[in-house]
Write a protein of this length. Sequence first.
Lengths: 704, 183
Amino acid sequence: MTTNNGRFSGWGRHFHRPIFFSLVTLTTLGAMSLLSAAIQDDGVTPLELALLILYAILMLWITASFWTAALGFARILRRMGRRAPAGDIVQDHPEEANESFKTALVMPVYNEDPQRVFAGLKAMVQSLAETGHPEGFEIFVLSDTRDPETWIQEEIQWRQWALELDQPARLFYRNRVENTARKSGNLADFCRQWGGRYRYMIVLDADSIMTGETLLEMVRRMESDRRVALIQVPPVPVNRSSLFARMLQFAGSLYGNMFVAGLAYWQQDTANFWGHNAIIRVRPFAEHCGLPQLPGHEPFGGEILSHDFVEAALLARSGWKVRLADDLGGSYEEIPPTLIDYAKRDRRWCQGNLQHSRLVLARGFKSLSRIHFAMGVMSYLASPLWLLFLIATGIEAYFRSLKVPVYFFGDNVLPVWPESYAVEMATVLWVTLALLFLPKLLSLILLAVDPVQARRFGGLPRAALSVLIESFFSVLLAPVLMLFQSKFVAAILLRTSVGWPAQERGDHQTGLAEAVGAHGVHTLIAVATGVATYTYVPAFFWWFTPVLAGLALSIPVSMITSRTSIGRLARRAGLFLTPEESEEPRVLSLLDENLAAPQTPPFAASSDRDVWSQSVADPWTYALHAALLPDEMPSRRRRHALEGLIFKLQDEGQGSLSQQEKRTLISHRDGLYELHTLLWAGKEPPVFDLVQRQEERMAEAPTS
Amino acid sequence: MGARIDSAPALPDGTAMPTKASDWTRAARRVFEYLTALGVREPQEIDRLSEQVRLRLEIRATHAPLEDAVEAAIEETHALLDEWLTVELGIDGDANALATARAAVLGGTIPGWSARWAGLAGDALAPTIRAFQRDAVPEFAPLTMQASMIELCCHRLRRRIADAICRLFCQPDLPTNPRGERS
């Protein structure tokens, strides 16, 4: 181990965790002592005890977050004081480094926009080419797509790009017959079939973008320490235009940096895997990260949904290092464009994270892995706990309002004034708010210290104004997300499983009907709670207004923040600017160019033929699709099933087939051939402009 | 003429029996459209290939009555293309290689392939077709990936407690299931 930067060296690193956990514990105890002083004036009632317990759990959560940010702040400040180039890492095992090896850029996809998927990958490969060292990298699109039309479009994109890349082949594509175990099963299938070809795989999400320099640096860091099995490079959110997404992007860029630095400080070699934008050593991953089914049924049993945390824990359990590269940039992702999409994504993640509650105490995991699991659980459980805390506080306030002060009792001749705990209560509130909002202030201090970075955020005054507005909106949005997440947790605890729908990734705006459907209940809750508290506990009502306002205004706020026009207006005004917007990284420009490049348009549905049947009828897409299917002799049973589907198609028309049935028909060469012939033998031949399509393909094709 | 398939399969006695004229009239138009969709543009090529399809159809009609002449004509066009590719590339019963070659030629990126198919061009196209073929996946390089063991804490705790209670209080002759656990 002979590195100077980018890793933890010296004995000081042994104190990182004790420092962090001591700070968290002491702050929590301090805050709890304040609250207990404020409420136990007359002994502790069961309700007060419940309040204290809830507050303790929530404070632990908040202080962990605060101290992560604060330590990250210190770490970045320290880093600013010295040059930290990534170029001085010395090889631990130069003999191994000299061996030739391959790295796979693997992108598992599931019903994603094929154009975006391939444009993103192309941008990364172009960026790699610009570094001058693209050799050794291969691209693997691991499709779990079930939608038959998207499947065919993916194949077209693969073929066109594969021809452009020329030989030897560096771009591969496969669609899994069965998408068993979702993304983790997809990656496992890759390892089982082609893992031996690669020393590393860089796992990407459908919206991931990484620069060529970062990809090279990731490989170099893995080569420099062969005990490292995984390096996670934190992705920065980019590329969205709506106000909601731009605020998230701004927060992710400005505060995220600090949080990530803090996480790296205390996680050290037992960091976590975030599911994408990470490099993984393939062999140990294959050896240790095969995921078992958890005993029992969904939602807590069955397949492990959020596989990333578990894979990191399994690697750490086996003695491998898992690192978070907080000093490495060039890693990007796209985020949901609206509040409702964000909540939908939460719905999917919630179940996977809650499932980890079963793993917290599982045998053999490292303590820090258990903390990762617990933090994952808390990231969703915190919402219902806050909700319970608010309800308990309201009830406590109501009971207190019923008490009639008694000024004269016993032998006292002078009035005995009731003790006021307003100061203690206010202190509790201010401490909590400080822990929540101080990280934002710290990030502004970092900008003040670094004028170059401040300029990238639009200058310090604009960044400060952006922080102020973002904080205002986060106050409004927090209760809405609290209710959403509480609902999700409740649904999961009531054993209602969630599906695994594809993510809505493109910019789109929330309409009134959608907003009312999603937030109508929130508004009603706000009105009912507002009336109740104003009537019965008026003093509490005013403390409660920030929460009530967020819920009452959820419909307009959700709609307004989804507007791309407002997002762009804010951008023109220099608000919520991120470094990626101020100086667009080359890889993001390449992505834009690739998306804008003319392409053979995908088939468009016409009145008599849908996209699926047009794709099957087109001789080239038919031939291409058939070439990518496995050559299997159909069993009698399958032949009958396929014939049955074809009869159904003939008798009842294209609309009678479900997506699954359409997929089944084109999943086997024999069914596909039957279908292709049938479409051409129909009363009317396919009417789409095949000739024009073919000419467009000829114009695009490389002339080798 | 290289690998041109310019003769229809013959009957055992060497003669070709014509299909009904009305059948071919119905099918001819669709064969023309299908050939155009395949990328055959030149009228001369279309004529040559249509004629071969017609001959194949006639032979086929002698074996069994055609249920649908149009469908049979499309199938024969397809078979004609496959036969040409098989000969042109020397593919011997390799369905994957044939499918890959079909995708390569129908991509419209190989100049002159339709003339070669129709038997109107002499230059071998095998190297060009191979240059436009792409393997979707590399050679298999498998790794073993078994499911790791995760021992959950307190899993079956309820059953263990029940078993313990049972051991203390239940009758010793309580029946057990095949795995030796008390039922």
